[in-house]
Design a protein around this ligand. Structure first.
Ligand SMILES: *[C@@H]1O[C@H](CO)[C@@H](O)[C@H](O)[C@H]1NC(C)=O
Ligand SMILES: *[C@@H]1O[C@H](CO)[C@@H](O)[C@H](O)[C@H]1NC(C)=O
Ligand SMILES: *[C@@H]1O[C@H](CO)[C@@H](O)[C@H](O)[C@H]1NC(C)=O
Ligand SMILES: *[C@@H]1O[C@H](CO)[C@@H](O)[C@H](O)[C@H]1NC(C)=O
Ligand SMILES: *[C@@H]1O[C@H](CO)[C@@H](O)[C@H](O)[C@H]1NC(C)=O
Ligand SMILES: *[C@@H]1O[C@H](CO)[C@@H](O)[C@H](O)[C@H]1NC(C)=O
Ligand SMILES: *[C@@H]1O[C@H](CO)[C@@H](O)[C@H](O)[C@H]1NC(C)=O
Length: 409
């Protein structure tokens, strides 16, 4: 939509049009808003819609939404948005556009064992985010989750509602003005400070983390209403990592698990001292799995995720997902007085060997060349995910948990 189109449409921000809705009215208004017809006197109106969480949107008591299976779903409305309709996707994730021949990976729906996930409703999410900021903090995996969320919302809000995406490294900020809401991304691949914190000019081979320092980043997180953290692959380059703790002159090689724990404790201290649990919500996503070695799910083979078109069936856990790190996350979060909700997305994503960008993504900021594509052994990316795809499910779960909280208020 062009900016010119916006100009002759007046959006009245914050006007409470409907304050006495009859039961069920909210649904009607939401539908109207969705159908882009809520306007009077040649003006569009911003409507505050009480969010009604119906019984079938509630997560049943005792249901662990992270336990379940992937079901093929090409009948309802999967995927939740179309790759070519979301202008905010970076080319790293647009697998179809980059030449991926199959689109099966877009049609798997996560089905928890003991309950159903509520259907993702971007307008309800925007209502929950009214006057709020939601921020994803982490590495490029987390950037995928951010982009997924932007596309999920983008496809749900009516076309006249003004939106924008600003890139102010190390941040990306997606704003929906009518709701005064923002969905943001903050690059911090180790969460704590490191020499890799420049959003574009960072070293991959040389890593140095400051295990006791987070303030350069955390001052940018101050006051954000909903924060989702994630950090994993950058730690796992080698079994040890160069780090400082205290004096910057004293660089030592740390065992990665030991370093990870110290880093998370630094983060936890910040959470404990700076987060107001009354007004802020914190989530921590467990590691996103990789599918680098096909012998792990197909014994006797020597490939990677390239050419995979179906999820793994039956139980599976790849060796790339370090259980010690999982345990550290669990431990540190449990000891906090401030509630941090775990997004335990590792197991469900483990099944999705088919969901990675493989040779239909980027390498060092550039799409693969034809020659590189024909050499999947060296060039397939089995870490990042295609969109629409697996990160949408992480967001559906995040949405379900936010809705749950909202309902409990
Ligand atoms: C949906 O998937 C089933 C099973 O693979 C297939 O038979 C059917 O043709 C598909 N339908 C559409 C609309 O793609
Ligand atoms: C918009 O949201 C921000 C928080 O994200 C808040 O500080 C500000 O007061 C809001 N503006 C209005 C006009 O409500
Ligand atoms: C990237 O960072 C290195 C080291 O800090 C610096 O020498 C180099 O000039 C930077 N390159 C760009 C393009 O900013
Ligand atoms: C740590 O730094 C030293 C000196 O730069 C380097 O030789 C060593 O390989 C680094 N260790 C790791 C695990 O990167
Ligand atoms: C790192 O620590 C873990 C847990 O204490 C241990 O199992 C592992 O062997 C250590 N690795 C190295 C390289 O010292
Ligand atoms: C990938 O799949 C295609 C089509 O099924 C097949 O022709 C090709 O040989 C496969 N390549 C590899 C490296 O497995
Ligand atoms: C996450 O889920 C896995 C498998 O479902 C489980 O083994 C693990 O304990 C859970 N981790 C946390 C931190 O809750």
């Amino acid at each position: 939509m062009s900016t010119r189109q916006y100009h002759h449409i007046h959006l009245l921000f914050g006007l409470v049009l409907v304050s006495f809705l009859i039961i069920g009215g909210a649904r009607v208004i939401l539908d109207n808003l969705r159908n882009n017809v809520l306007w009077q006197n040649n003006k569009y109106y911003s409507v505050r819609v009480p969010i009604i969480v119906s019984e079938d949107e509630a997560i049943e008591e005792g249901c662990n939404v992270f336990e379940g299976k992937w079901v093929w779903d090409n009948t309802s409305t999967y995927p939740l948005y179309r790759e070519d309709f979301c202008p905010f996707l970076v080319k790293q994730t647009t697998c179809l556009k980059n030449g991926r021949p199959d689109s099966f990976y877009q049609n798997w729906r996560w089905q928890p064992n003991l309950c159903n996930l509520p259907r993702f409703d971007g307008l309800k999410l925007m209502e929950m985010l009214r006057d709020k900021r939601l921020m994803f903090v982490g590495d490029s995996i987390q950037r995928g989750m951010f982009e997924s969320m932007v596309c999920l919302v983008q496809s749900a809000i009516p076309t006249h509602v003004k939106r924008s995406l600003q890139r102010i490294p190390p941040r990306k900020v997606f704003k929906v003005e009518e709701f005064n809401a923002s969905i943001e991304y903050y690059w911090a691949p180790f969460i704590i400070e490191s020499i890799s914190d420049h959003a574009t000019n960072h070293t991959v081979h040389k890593r140095l983390v400051k295990l006791d320092s987070v303030s350069k980043h955390s001052k940018e997180w101050q006051g954000v209403d909903i924060l989702i953290f994630e950090s994993y692959v950058w730690w796992m380059y080698k079994p040890t990592i160069n780090a400082t703790y205290g004096s910057l002159d004293n660089i030592q090689e740390y065992n990665v698990t030991a370093a990870y724990r110290l880093a998370l404790e630094t983060w936890a201290n910040w959470v404990e001292s700076s987060i107001n649990p009354q007004t802020q919500k914190i989530f921590f996503a467990t590691m996103s799995p990789t599918h680098l070695w096909s012998w792990e799910w197909k014994p006797g083979t020597d490939d990677n995720c390239f050419n995979e078109t179906h999820p793994i069936e039956g139980s599976y856990w790849g060796t790339g997902s370090n259980l010690d790190i999982m345990g550290i996350i669990e431990d540190v979060v449990r000891q906090l007085k401030v509630k941090v909700t775990l997004l335990n997305i590792t197991q469900l994503s483990e099944f999705r060997k088919d969901g990675h960008t493989s040779v239909f993504g980027e390498r060092k900021g550039k799409l693969l060349t034809k020659e590189q594509r024909s050499d999947p052994k060296n060039y397939a990316d089995c870490i990042h995910w295609c969109l629409p795809g697996v990160p949408d499910t992480w967001n559906e779960i995040l949405y379900a948990l936010l809705l749950q909280d909202y309902r409990a208020q």
